[in-house]
Design a protein around this ligand. Structure first.
Ligand code: MN
Length: 723
């Protein structure tokens, strides 16, 4: 059944944590923890959690989770006080005075992360993000504390409203679980994913729990692992330790719903883990297991010789059990297991045990540093956030250089990303690439196992601007941007200026020459760039999107127009051509407006707006048949803007007695009135009359009326109706 609702999330108490800490063989500063708890208890005094317990039980529970991960005294103390700066009177200065800057910085980092809502990312949050990345790169413990905070919140999430459950679950799935994965803290990652899924798709979640329940999995796995244990003992490995487990609900869910597989097609629902003392034993055990069971082709993965980017190492193979049920075997040493389960935290948990632990830690922090690099080179913050999200996606591919070096890339990466991953000089000089000795286009998506040779040209060759659209990794994109930034300053400025001017013309924004420079200086200041040239250059090399800039320009232009002539606070001319403007939709600014074909409303007509799905607001005449049922909330009030003179097209249906005469006279009359005709067709009707359909351009309803009045006077014309 529901594997997680059954876990009784017990209410944590400090006495319990104290006991855990005192019983631990590791050295903790218990006095410091007591002091931290006292601060938290006093600060949160009187506050309650949604679920009804005193608030302080939450930070204590977070500290317990950190203890289980083996984190140090400072982390535990910071966890105990992680919400005091955010939620209570206690200030950071006070914490610094009583606990020193190390703990205060941890608390500050967690507070900043808490203030950051990834689900509704907006530009202003970029500043927070910058702080978070900085805090994290200074001290990765901040992120571990935040992960435990989120884990405990998700464990007690049943007290939230359904809306909040979904929001938190989505954010956890998109941001925190991938971070836990990147840091290699596997069991935290799995629990975060499963608990998120439980809120995001409760039905799918229950379905899988039931499938797992049905399969009498435990007996099957017990039998297999006894069997393997016996064989390993017979072959000189009596000390082998075995564990078995079911694949996590969320991983099964992904395979079933994302990759569209049947439950029976998932080969690794059942997994047996074999723990051994050293590498040689691992490969030895693999051979023995392949002798016992039939291995399924293409399912063997050697993550020992090629570790995953988060440091994960293990041998994976899938074999067929005697009942015909496939299962996965994972073989690893104890040390690999610690890394697999605790990831970055293993550094603290097994500090003494691991040789070269700190260099491992450094490797795992590479991606944090890369994010910071990305931060520096990109002026476009939303773009950055997108990059971070895509960098956090866990799927990755491995490809080889001709020399056999392994390059890890996110799934979907192209040979351009590959080239830049080797070195920026290789990327900048690239002229083409060979995959497994065959020339491929540069859009080629890298697949695991490919041997890729980058063909290079002269040293001053340089990348092409199009590559920015092809490259996937932020690393490659930033290196390309950097090249353009450095090499082509002049060219970038010219390119950027043209792009801005083009966009101004397209949007019919005209700034008088005498105000142009100060106007643009203001815009540059708004996007945090020192000079207008820097701004043009940023657009030129792709560090800033001109569409982003346009939003600022429009705001500024509106203000500018009002200052110029306060009586005429009129709107920016609408985006598209002549027929889309002149309408004010109540409650919606600057929306895309189109005129419905069914009634072609004209200025002067009474109108209403209908909010379409994705195509802006469509304007109907109030008496249009399609607008009769105005009860839906998607109908909105609309009226014609005053003072805007534009033209509109409309169609007339003219019935006449004589085809040729009517054609002559009508077109003569229209040209006499200087009414442009944009379309016309004519046919004879069964009763011997002629029907003429004519599309004309007029200024407004008044104008149209005078035109039809004139045409009505033509003798051959029987009737005129607006189509
Ligand atoms: Mn918290």
């Amino acid at each position: 059944m529901d594997r997680y609702s059954e876990i009784q999330t017990h209410i944590a108490s400090f006495a319990e944590l104290e006991k855990m800490v005192l019983d631990s063989p590791r050295n903790y500063d218990i006095e410091l923890l007591r002091k931290a708890y006292a601060v938290a208890e006093k600060a949160h005094n009187g506050q309650m959690r949604k679920s009804g317990e005193p608030y302080v039980t939450h930070p204590v529970a977070v500290a317990e989770l950190l203890f289980e991960l083996g984190m140090d005294t400072e982390s535990l103390a910071a966890a105990l006080m992680h919400d005091v700066v955010e939620d209570t009177e206690v200030t950071l200065e006070q914490l610094t005075t009583s606990f020193g800057s190390e703990i205060a910085l941890l608390v500050d980092g967690v507070t900043k992360l808490t203030q950051l809502s990834f689900s509704s990312i907006e530009e202003r949050q970029a500043e927070n993000l910058r702080k978070m990345l900085l805090a994290m790169s200074k001290d990765v413990r901040v992120m571990v504390i935040k992960l435990c905070d989120r884990l405990h919140n998700m464990r007690t999430g049943d007290a939230w409203s359904p809306q909040k459950q979904r929001e938190k679950a989505l954010e956890t799935m998109e941001v925190y679980a991938p971070i836990a994965h990147r840091m290699g803290i596997n069991h935290v990652k799995e629990e975060l994913e499963n608990r998120s899924l439980r809120y995001l798709d409760p039905v799918g979640y229950q379905e899988i729990c039931q499938l797992l329940e049905k399969k009498a999995a435990n007996e099957f796995l017990q039998q297999i692992s006894d069997n393997i244990q016996q064989h390993l003992a017979d072959n000189g490995m009596p000390h082998a330790h075995l564990e078995y487990r079911l694949k996590s609900v969320y991983s099964i869910y992904r395979k079933m719903y994302v990759q569209n597989k049947e439950f029976a097609e998932i080969y690794d629902v059942y997994a047996v883990r074999v723990f051994l003392d050293n590498l040689a034993e691992c490969y030895n055990a693999l051979g023995i297991i392949h002798d016992m069971y039939h291995p399924i082709p293409n399912r063997f993965k050697d993550y020992i010789s090629t570790p995953k980017p988060n440091g994960y190492q293990s041998l994976h193979t899938t074999v067929l059990g005697h009942e015909g049920i496939p299962f996965e075997v994972q073989i690893r040493t104890w040390e690999m297991h610690r890394t697999a389960e605790y990831g970055i935290a293993a550094h603290w948990k097994y500090k003494e045990g691991i040789s070269g632990g700190s260099s491992n830690l450094d490797e795992r922090l590479v991606w944090v540093r890369q994010l910071l690099e990305a931060q520096r080179d990109s002026e476009d913050t939303e773009d950055l956030l997108r990059n971070i999200k895509s960098d956090l996606l866990p799927e990755e591919v491995f490809a080889f250089t001709p020399k056999g070096d392994v390059i890890n890339l996110p799934a979907g990466a192209t040979v351009i990303d590959f080239a830049y991953a080797i070195h920026s000089a290789v990327g900048n000089r690239m002229v083409g690439a060979k995959v497994n000795s065959k020339i491929v286009p540069i859009e080629h998506t890298v697949q695991t196992g490919e041997i890729i040779e980058i063909l290079t040209g002269p040293a001053d060759k340089g990348p092409s601007r199009d590559w920015l659209n092809i490259a996937v990794t932020s690393e490659a994109k930033n290196k390309i941007r950097t090249w353009f930034k450095k090499e082509c300053k002049e060219e970038n400025i010219a390119e950027g200026r043209q792009a801005v001017e083009r966009e101004l013309r397209r949007n019919m924004i005209s700034i008088p020459a005498e105000s142009y420079d100060s106007f643009m200086e203001e815009i540059a200041r708004k996007v945090h760039l020192n000079t207008v040239e820097d701004m043009y250059a940023a657009i030129g090399y792709g560090g800033l999107l001109v569409s982003k800039l346009l939003v600022r320009i429009k705001d500024e232009y509106k203000r500018f127009l009002q200052e110029e002539d306060p009586t005429q606070a009129f709107q920016i001319p609408p985006k598209t051509s002549t027929s889309s403007g002149g309408v004010v939709v109540e409650g919606i600014d600057n929306c895309l407006v189109k005129f419905s074909k069914c009634c072609s409303p004209l200025p002067g007509d009474e109108i209403v707006g209908f909010i379409t799905r994705g195509y802006g607001v469509s304007i109907h005449k109030r008496d249009c048949v399609n607008a009769r049922d105005c009860d839906s909330p998607r109908w909105v009030k609309a009226h014609w803007a005053s003072g805007i003179r534009e033209t509109f097209t409309t169609s007339l249906e003219i019935v006449s007695t004589d085809c040729m005469r009517c054609l002559n006279e009508v077109s003569g009359a229209l040209s006499g009135m200087r009414v442009p005709v944009t379309g016309m067709n004519m046919r004879n009707t069964k009763d011997g009359r002629a029907m003429m359909n004519i599309t004309i351009t007029v200024n407004n309803a008044e104008h149209l009326r005078s035109v039809t009045d004139k045409l009505q006077k033509i003798r051959s014309v029987v009737s005129i109706t607006r189509a």
